[in-house]
Design a protein around this ligand. Structure first.
Ligand code: ADP
Length: 378
């Protein structure tokens, strides 16, 4: 046990300390009262008798008796006053000490339960303002800790779920190969490689997301004209498009004002958005648009908007609030097939935010989706 721990166990509890300090104050007050009373009262009484004698009252024989009687009366009444007053003051002091210490004891019990994992524990409000401030701060901290813990559990459970599927497929294939239940054809090995790649992508995406969420991703902001980047990206994706696939086009004014952004991160976001649009659009078109919004059009600073609009499968209204959540996919089984991890949009959103912008979505099931984001002008 530490030195402070030892000191803590040896020292008196707060309730006893408060009670004893009250008692000490009371004893000092009573002793002064008794001593001063004892010394001064008989003298004042004698003085009073002398005044009476001065006015002609004869006390010669009764004088000693009177003084003795006064002293006895004073002693008795002081004795009973000390007993009654002491008992009342002691009781009152005990009650007050308890009232101060009770909320502190309660705080200690509740914080111990909280530390033991009962994260929903909260401190009740107190009548004492200082303690009330303490309980409010504690409760605020408890809410944020509970939130962090909740998200941690969610992440672990999401992760386990995401890792289990490719691992189960891998194990299944490997066991069947070991038992010679399937032929070791190139197709089987390709399937094994595909699942391994999926695991690899999941881990890479996760690493990127955790860095982005923690704000560790290096962002090198600079004044940059995004038009060449948009052109080269649209060209690169168009080259990969099949004959009967959707049409990919760029709508961008010739003169685009510079934005304050990291071109590599903007490319990362656009690759994700265009890649998604291509995955979920079988026919029709995918349009990448860029336009500027002047100051005053909204309350925000002047900014450049970039949108990727597709005529693909779209997203249901009830699913829209979830698209930027990590691991969220509209149809888990379908996307497992397309190889999506459901992390891309979460990373993109964070990357745009780190560059001072915002990523938004608009979509209608069966009609198409628009993902757009803005970046501040340089
Ligand atoms: P994934 O790697 O699965 O594509 P994302 O985070 O990029 O992960 O996307 C999350 C989910 O959002 C996708 O699985 C898909 O269901 C939906 N989604 C994203 N973009 C589109 C789109 N353009 N059209 C329809 N659904 C989309």
């Amino acid at each position: 046990m530490s030195k402070t721990g030892l000191r803590k166990t040896k020292s008196l509890p707060l309730v006893s300390r408060l009670f004893l300090s009250h008692l000490l104050v009371m004893m000092v007050a009573v002793s002064s009262l008794v001593i001063i009373g004892k010394l001064s009262s008989p003298r004042f009484f004698v003085l009073h008798l002398q005044q009476l004698e001065g006015r002609g009252v004869t006390l010669r024989y009764a004088r000693t008796n009177l003084i003795k009687g006064f002293e006895t009366a004073w002693n008795r009444s002081t004795f009973w006053a000390v007993i009654a007053g002491g008992t009342a003051a002691g009781g009152l002091s005990y009650w007050v000490s308890k009232r101060i210490v009770q909320p502190l004891t309660q705080i200690e019990q509740i914080t111990q339960r909280f530390a033991a994992g009962h994260l929903d524990e909260r401190l009740p409000p107190s009548e004492i303002p200082e303690i009330n401030q303490l309980t409010t701060s504690f409760n605020r901290m408890a809410v944020s800790l509970e939130d962090v813990e909740h998200r941690r559990r969610e992440l672990v459970s999401d992760l386990t779920h995401e890792l289990r599927t490719p691992l189960t497929v891998l194990r299944g294939y490997l066991e069947e190969l070991a038992d010679a239940r399937i032929e070791p054809t190139p197709g089987v090995y390709q399937q094994l490689a595909k699942e391994t790649r999926r695991l690899e992508r999941l881990i890479n995406d996760l690493q990127e997301l955790s860095k982005a969420e923690a704000g560790y991703l290096p962002i090198h902001l600079q004044a940059v004209n995004l038009r060449p980047l948009l052109e080269s990206l649209v060209q690169k994706f168009s080259d990969q498009l099949l004959e009967d696939g959707p049409l990919l086009r760029l709508e961008c004014p010739d003169q685009l004002p510079s934005v304050l952004a990291d071109p590599d991160r903007v490319e990362q976001v656009l690759v994700n958005l265009i890649g998604n649009a291509l995955t979920y659009t079988k026919t029709g078109s995918i349009t990448v648009r860029a336009w500027t919004e002047a100051e005053g059009a909204t309350s925000r600073l002047p900014q450049l908007w970039i949108a990727v609009t597709d005529t693909g499968i779209g997203i249901a209204a009830q699913d829209l609030p979830h698209v930027f959540e990590r691991f969220w996919r509209a149809e888990k089984s379908r996307n497992q097939h397309t190889g999506g991890t459901g992390i891309g949009l979460a990373i993109s959103q964070r990357l745009v935010e780190l560059q001072g912008g915002q990523l938004e979505v608009e979509s209608q099931l069966g009609i198409g989706s628009t993902f757009r984001f803005y970046l501040p002008l340089a």
